[in-house]
Design a protein around this ligand. Structure first.
Ligand code: SF4
Length: 165
């Protein structure tokens, strides 16, 4: 396990953790793609799976010999999440006979208007954006912003994203 500062954000007070894996986990990726909840995107050809857990707090990137997690605040959190994600991978692998593997990637992103319709459209600015429309546009490009609006129904947004266009 190694911690790295994000090169694209010099001076940031958060890290990325990279977990090096002795065994190739390629075969488990389609099962993770089928079983994980939240935002999942899978590229079967290149063996890369991205997962944002349902509360969009962490982003996980799975590759054949590595799992990356971001953002991480310190080494203790890195250790805890490392143990948890290895537990999840092992659990899914042990249950693979009960899971229909999914080799498909994510469908197209929903439109800004579809996201906007889920918002209360009060333009209260609590999210830091001047309007709900501006927030909907930002959220389409970066789903980690979901928690910035406490009025957005999280389940409905995740359903919208998983359905695609
Ligand atoms: S916090 Fe939510 S409701 Fe308020 S402006 Fe932002 S998106 Fe709209």
């Amino acid at each position: 396990m190694r911690l790295e500062s994000p090169g694209c954000h010099p001076g940031a007070n958060w890290y990325r953790v990279f977990i090096a894996l002795e065994n190739d986990i390629s075969e488990v990726l389609p099962y993770l793609n089928a079983d994980l909840r939240g935002l999942v995107d899978y590229d079967h050809k290149n063996k890369i799976l991205l997962w944002a857990s349902s509360r969009i707090e962490k982003i996980y990137a799975f590759r054949p010999h590595e799992i990356g997690i971001t953002p991480i605040s310190d080494r203790e959190e890195a250790r805890e999440l490392t143990n948890r994600i290895i537990g999840i991978v092992n659990d899914v692998w042990n249950r693979r006979n009960e899971i229909q593997p999914n080799y498909e990637g994510k469908k197209a992103l929903p439109t800004v208007m579809d996201i906007y319709k889920l918002l209360p459209r009060t333009n209260c600015k609590e999210c830091g954006f001047p309007t709900c429309m501006a927030f909907a546009t930002a959220l389409r490009n970066d789903s980690k912003r979901l928690t910035s609006c406490s009025y957005m129904p999280e389940d409905a947004f995740l359903k919208l994203v998983s359905q695609g266009q």
